[in-house]
Design a protein around this ligand. Structure first.
Ligand SMILES: [Mn+2]
Length: 429
């Protein structure tokens, strides 16, 4: 297997840290043992856990005000795959890449080979009908799948079918559809007619889905349309998945909700009715900020994983959620942000695995609110870093991914090879 950073550099970085890690792991193991938890069982689950890297995330993001390009940004999808290979080499937590078409359009067979060199696979394909590609016949200025003009809707359907075709060659098994359709003014759009047109168009896309694929629809309450969006919340998303059929599931992007919305409860509802497709992980303070996962409210991320682990352990039906990051890195090196975000998602999973579920159930039955919430807190407060670091070490990754990455000089190396970019597409979807 090829690597972008030499194995020797990673070993050198680990050599300085391994002794301390083994001591910390043994100490945590003894602590968990007293709580009736086998640390090696948690380690095995963490080692098997993966989250997909969004191809658009390895470039520097921006806001509608400005974008400040970073050094050595990827020039095309092949450069993006190399950056994703670095992230997975050091974290061993990101075995797949989620592509965005047409931004990542390339010869699909060549692309598959490029990823296979590094042992990377492909997660869900993402279509783009929220901006106009050069040379495109119809404009999406006033919508795509819900547009009043059937020619625009047809073009948007065909684009989604093209994404499925590309994904078949790449080995992807899912299509994520997020649309920017909506309105900026009351009265601009008839809510019911627009949704009806959207559903009809989605049925055409669904009909083109291979038998072993899943279709994810992603809700978003506002932006780019600021008064209304066609797929605004999880209720509408659930309706869509029910209307389309068994291969249709809801995708939850943590940033696509109003502030203070109880997202973990939405997750629970979708699990209960077999319609949770997966996630776009990120964090936010005010809106769809696309900040690094776990950077603002790590407890919320833990509470989401508390629901996921509960479903995993109780054997919920149709439960195999896709894990993807969806972030915009405006002021950090995207590779560093994505490595730490993947680790944060893994951390929430590991901590949720430590919840004493039997005790929790007892406290719930006894209406002991204080002890019930303390049961969650006891798991959340446990520092699981030795488990995460040991999982990386066992699988050939770096005990400290950012330290290993900085010591490798990878960014300086690609900065010399890749010319500085100007402007460029946004990273917020
Ligand atoms: Mn998203």
């Amino acid at each position: 297997m090829e690597t972008m950073i030499s194995g020797g550099a990673v070993e050198k970085s680990n050599a300085d840290r391994e002794k301390a890690l083994r001591a910390d792991y043994a100490s945590l193991g003894a602590q968990l043992d007293r709580r009736g938890i086998a640390i090696d069982a948690i380690l095995a689950k963490v080692e098997a856990f993966g989250v997909a890297i969004p191809s658009w995330g390895v470039g520097t993001g921006g806001t509608r005000f400005a974008r400040f390009p970073g050094q050595g940004e990827p020039r095309d999808v092949f450069d993006k795959v190399e950056d994703c290979a670095v992230i997975n080499q050091l974290t061993r937590a990101t075995p797949t890449v989620s592509l965005h078409i047409p931004w990542d359009k390339a010869d699909a067979s060549r692309l598959k080979q490029a990823a296979a060199r590094f042992g990377l696979g492909f997660d869900a394909m993402n279509s783009n009908t929220f901006s106009d590609a050069s040379g495109q016949r119809q404009s999406y200025k006033f919508g795509s799948l819900s547009h009043a003009d059937p020619a625009v809707r047809r073009q948007a359907v065909e684009h989604n079918i093209e994404c499925i075709e590309i994904g078949k060659t790449l080995g992807s098994k899912a299509l994520t559809v997020w649309i920017g359709d909506g309105s900026n003014f009351p009265g601009q759009v008839n809510f019911a007619r627009a949704f009806e047109r959207y559903l009809d168009a989605m049925k055409d896309i669904y009909a083109a889905l291979p038998g072993d694929w899943r279709l994810f629809t992603e809700h978003k309450m506002y932006e780019p349309a600021f008064y209304s969006t066609v797929v605004q919340d999880w209720g509408t998303n659930y309706i869509i998945s029910k209307e389309l059929g068994d291969k249709a599931y809801c995708l939850v992007d943590l940033g696509h909700h109003a502030p203070n919305v109880n997202i973990e409860m939405i997750v629970s509802r979708l699990i209960q009715f077999g319609k949770l497709g997966g996630f776009h992980f990120n964090d936010s303070k005010y809106g769809d900020d696309d900040l690094d996962a776990g950077s603002i409210d790590p407890y919320r991320l833990f509470l989401v994983f508390n629901e996921l682990v509960d479903a995993e352990l109780s054997g919920a039906k149709d439960f195999h959620p896709a894990h993807m990051l969806d972030q915009s890195h405006n002021v950090t090196d995207p590779i560093e942000s994505l490595m730490l975000s993947a680790v944060e998602v893994q951390r929430a999973y590991a901590a949720a695995l430590l919840v004493d579920r039997k005790a929790l159930e007892g406290f719930q039955e006894d209406n002991d609110a204080l002890m019930a919430t303390q049961t969650l807190k006891a798991a959340y407060r446990t520092d699981v870093e030795p488990i995460l670091a040991m999982a990386r070490l066992n699988r050939g990754g770096a005990i400290d991914p950012v330290a290993a990455y900085r010591a490798s000089g990878y960014r300086q190396k690609v900065a010399a090879e890749r010319p500085a970019s100007v402007g460029g597409g946004g990273g917020i979807v």
